[in-house]
Design a protein around this ligand. Structure first.
Ligand code: FBP
Length: 548
């Protein structure tokens, strides 16, 4: 593979490890755990993996020699910077346990396990990918690993390759499936361990015990660089309003982090909109009022950050999506064979009149996306919905009728951007390079400790890497019961932006100032080499969260 000069220099970067992982480790067990909610139901569903203790690793002064182990690794879901480092950390970790250990990568996501598609990851392959972005070393996919037939099919290849541990690198849904797989393999006495790793740029796989998912740091730094560039252009030309939609599926963590880094004029936070029960019309008015206030001072320009999941949080559309999910989930077999026209007719004939009305307020393209485009987990594919255009069109219409805007001699000209794929495969920041390598190395320690159904956990992340605390968290501890595809399912609780959390409070305390005055920050590109205060900083979200 041909490499850029930066990638060549970057290949030599040695990711930092927590001190506890630098030699042999000692397992320190904490108290038994409980799931975050619905304890009885989760305990019943996971009789073999529920209630296990948290684990912390400490340096071991009296190590016992390790045995060789064959491990399988799977990348699941959307790409996130640092995935290759999780794999290289895992590789180095199992080789450290015993040099005859072997690592197999299942190709193109969980489907590779079921379809028996794999490669052995050897040192020359691993070395090609150290500190690089992307998931191309083995590819990723969104096949849902949830059926017994899939688990049994996977078992065949695991046995054939002598694999006794599988590491699943994924988001909340994939780690939920990792927990189900761990429970099944334990129940069947297969001797196969399953370990999860917290991945997603969305930042919504976090809780009291998992401080952040990997990839969030790099992706938000990439988006913030580009938003900063746009803001500088905006402040130079002073003639456009830039509507910037940012990835993040449901939660608004990415938008919030970019707002803290860039200080745009407006940033919508879906969780706040839901909490305040704001309708689409009220959101439009909120934006139009700020556009008007700036126009009064001759500032006919600005930047607006929009989380991609917004539509799902606006109460009238949330109700609509909930009913659509129930309807499509309950009629899954029936609708499977329908073409778009038949499906649309079926939906319109069966939805409540209130929700048909909500659907009709949307442009046809958005309505179609809500009805028809779902991923394998049944989620609305929010990245396809052009909320930035929907909002700017509605704001434009509102301003055309506004006497106040006319009196201010305001002008409104909008440009649209969507940042998502631009950041998902960037070369990991030093933070993500170190964090991911540690997560992978730590997963090897969890395998060596003989546990299953655990997520690799590295804590104390605002401190220098050497002080990070490695360990493992039972995945069942993060679970609750939620309604999915018309069924109650055990799932890892998604972390939405907390309105009482320090990052949101910081933003809320400053946004009026940012709206009226032009307070842009231009963060510039990620720096990989140079002083620690420039290169080794965690996200602002992590910093503010750790202060409270
Ligand atoms: P994961 O939750 O799998 O990490 O996905 C993150 C994400 O980038 C979301 O932000 C986005 O909505 C989605 O993937 C898009 O996925 P795809 O490219 O498969 O449509």
């Amino acid at each position: 593979m041909k490499k850029s000069a930066l990638q060549k220099a970057r290949a030599a970067y040695q990711p930092k490890l927590p001190i506890a992982l630098t030699g042999a480790v000692k397992v320190v067990e904490g108290r038994p755990t409980e799931s975050v909610a619905d304890q009885d139901a989760i305990r019943k569903l996971f009789p073999n993996t529920y209630g296990l203790p948290e684990i912390r690793f400490e340096k071991n002064t009296n190590p016992t020699p390790g045995k060789p182990v064959n491990v399988g690794v799977i990348l699941s879901g959307g790409q996130a910077p640092g995935g290759h480092n999780v794999i290289s950390g895992l590789f180095d970790g199992i080789k450290k346990i015993h040099r005859d250990s072997r690592l197999f990568g299942f190709l193109m996501g969980p489907g590779g396990l079921v379809d028996h598609k794999y490669i052995e990851l050897t040192a020359p392959i691993i070395d090609e990918y150290r500190n690089t972005g992307g998931f191309d070393i083995i590819g990723s996919g969104r096949t849902k690993l949830e059926k017994v037939e899939q688990f049994d099919k996977g078992l065949e290849i695991l046995k054939e390759l002598g694999i006794t541990a599988v590491v699943i690198i994924g988001g909340d849904d994939s780690n939920t499936n990792a927990a189900i797989l761990a429970e099944y393999y334990k129940e069947k006495n297969t001797g196969i361990q399953v370990i999860g790793c917290p991945k997603t740029i969305d930042g919504d796989l976090k809780n009291n015990v998992i401080e952040t998912s990997f990839g969030f740091d790099t992706a938000t730094k990439v988006y913030s660089e580009v938003i900063g560039n746009i803001q500088r252009d905006c402040n130079s030309a002073k003639k456009y309003w830039h509507f910037v939609k940012l990835m993040g599926r449901s939660a608004s963590h990415i938008a919030l982090e970019c707002a803290l880094q860039c200080q745009p004029n407006i940033c919508l936070i879906s969780e706040e909109i839901e909490a305040k029960d704001m309708s689409l019309a009220q959101i439009v008015k909120y934006i139009a009022d700020i556009v008007t206030a700036r126009a009064k001072e001759g500032n006919n320009f600005g930047t607006i950050l929009i989380p991609e999941g917004l539509i799902e949080f606006i109460p009238e559309f949330k109700r609509l999506i909930r009913e659509l999910n129930e309807l499509l989930g309950a009629n899954a077999e029936k609708v499977a064979g329908m073409n778009h026209k038949e499906l649309t007719e079926f939906i319109l004939a069966n939805l409540s009149p209130e929700n048909v009305a909500a659907l009709e307020t949307l442009p046809a393209s958005v309505a179609r996306q809500l009805m028809l485009d779902r991923d394998p987990h049944g989620n609305v594919q929010v990245s396809l919905i052009e909320t930035e255009k929907l909002l700017s069109e509605m704001v434009g219409e509102y301003l055309k009728k506004s006497e106040e805007f006319k009196a201010a001699k305001g002008k409104f000209s909008a440009l649209h951007h969507f940042f998502g794929y631009e950041g998902r495969c960037a070369d990991p920041s030093n933070f993500d390079a170190d964090y991911c390598y540690s997560l992978g190395y730590n997963a090897a320690a969890l395998i060596n400790a003989g546990v299953t159904g655990y997520m690799s956990s590295i804590r104390n992340l605002v401190k220098p890497a050497i002080q990070w605390i490695p360990g493992g968290i039972p995945i069942t501890m993060m679970m609750n019961i939620e309604r999915r595809n018309a069924e109650d399912k055990p799932v890892i609780q998604k972390a939405l932006v907390r309105l009482d959390g320090a990052p949101f409070k910081k933003f809320a305390s400053q946004r009026e100032e940012w709206a009226q005055n032009t307070c842009y920050i231009y963060p510039g590109p990620i720096q990989y080499f140079g002083p620690a205060e420039v290169c080794d900083q965690p996200s602002m979200t992590l910093k503010y969260e750790s202060q409270h």
